[in-house]
Design a protein around this ligand. Structure first.
Ligand code: ZN
Ligand code: ZN
Length: 402
């Protein structure tokens, strides 16, 4: 498959505007076409995904409580919101902290919606109930609503409506990124590339894992990132065998494999990249492990294209590692979607039955972890194209540094 590297992306201030006017309409079309519902306790006996066991269920409105999903629909980036997508209404309920920000962000995104500022729960309830009054069937986000909140919604907020535990309504729509979204992710990836390039020469000074992680976080912020895409991982020596190690006080010594996994956030959109490096030559079998993971990762990236099953990319990566005899040491799936969240659909795993589509942004990140010795992971974030992919994370893959 054709793989190209991203051209130098613009700085955050030069990004094209992210206009979201059509998104509420896309949600309405999805509701009309029918939403998947979470399986109830009796679903296995009935053999279907929903209460009725008969597949997608049409709905009149969606009550969005997941913050990233709400942001995706209307552009509001606050930390408290309920967004109601009804047939003729897009309602954003938030509190007084966001009285200025929420309307401004909707306007900047070109979104025609109503913002209701309500600090008290009963005011929020009244606004939401009025927006869906007369509608029969409301979809709630089953993967986001807690049990207690569901009971409140059912008894107090929407007592007259039928509530459906919908899954993945917005998440499916979020999979394909627009060029403007991909530009933000490219800018995030570039901030991370720059930060790593500045930090690597200093590994020879024997910093601790925690110092390197803090330095990366700081440098990404200096380059416009609003935060770390997730808790930065810097894992040296035996710690590199732990896929999700926390950076600590261990010093990076010559010969250690050092797994560095981190990302930036630009305008809400995240990047995700792992590089494994070593100051000087690694202790055996580090060099060989690196070569195998490098070959596996490259094969995986080259397998990515629109129309390719996610499980196939996983199989391609796994085969290289299996052939080298380390199949048992590849402890996780091959990759995941990235966007407003660090882990999104689709999943690049052996269990996935999904197919990649152009515009989706996914990671390819095989690894080998040898307990007590060390590990190697290499990860890129790529934009799927019709005939391959475009790499957003462009740091060199060079094991030996310093
Ligand atoms: Zn990562
Ligand atoms: Zn990842």
């Amino acid at each position: 498959m054709a793989v190209t590297d991203a051209a130098a992306p613009p700085g955050a201030e030069d990004l094209p505007p992210l206009l979201l006017a059509g998104r509420a309409e896309a949600v309405r079309a999805a509701l009309e076409g029918g939403v998947a519902v979470a399986a109830g306790p009796d679903a296995p006996d009935r053999g279907g995904p929903g209460e009725d066991g008969d597949g997608p269920q049409p709905c009149d409105a969606l009550v969005i409580t997941n913050l990233a999903n709400g942001r995706w629909v209307c552009g509001f980036s606050g930390s408290a919101m309920i967004v109601v997508v009804a047939p003729d209404d897009l309602l954003v309920i938030t509190d007084g902290r966001y009285a200025t920000q929420a309307p401004a962000e909707l306007a900047a995104a070109g979104v025609d919606g109503r913002v209701v500022i309500a600090d008290r729960g009963d005011e929020q309830k009244e606004a939401a109930a009025a927006a869906v009054s007369g509608l029969g069937r409301l979809a709630l986000e089953a993967d986001d609503v807690s049990w207690s909140r569901y009971r409140r919604f059912a008894r107090e907020w929407f007592p007259g409506a039928e509530l459906l535990p919908a899954t993945g309504v917005i998440e499916r729509l979020r999979r394909r990124k627009s060029p403007e979204e991909a530009a933000r992710m490219a800018a995030a990836a570039a901030a991370a590339d720059d930060a790593l390039a500045e930090v690597l020469p200093r590994l020879a000074e024997r910093p601790t894992e925690g110092e390197v992680a803090a330095e990366l976080d700081y440098l990404m912020r200096r380059r416009g990132s609003s935060g770390s895409a997730f808790d930065t991982i810097v894992a040296a020596g035996e710690n590199s065998a732990l896929p999700h190690a926390r950076p600590g006080r261990r010093r990076i010594e010559p010969g250690d494999l050092v797994v560095i996994d981190f990302g930036a956030i630009i305008d809400g959109y995240r990047s995700d990249m792992t590089r494994t490096v070593c100051v000087g030559e690694p202790r055996p079998p580090g060099g060989r492990v690196y070569e195998v993971v490098r070959a596996s990762q490259q094969a995986g990236v080259e397998a990515v294209a629109g129309g390719v099953p996610c499980a196939d990319v996983d199989a391609v990566c796994r085969e290289v590692i299996n052939d080298a005899g380390w199949g048992e040491a590849f402890l996780h799936s091959t990759g995941h979607g990235v966007g407003l969240d660090i882990h999104e659909a689709p999943s690049l795993s052996s269990r996935s039955d999904e197919v990649l589509a152009a515009g989706e942004v996914v990671t390819v990140e095989p690894g080998i972890y040898l307990a007590g010795e060390g590990g190697v992971r290499i990860e890129d974030t790529v934009v799927v194209t019709d005939d391959g992919c475009r790499r957003l994370t462009c740091s060199p893959k060079t094991l030996v540094v310093g």
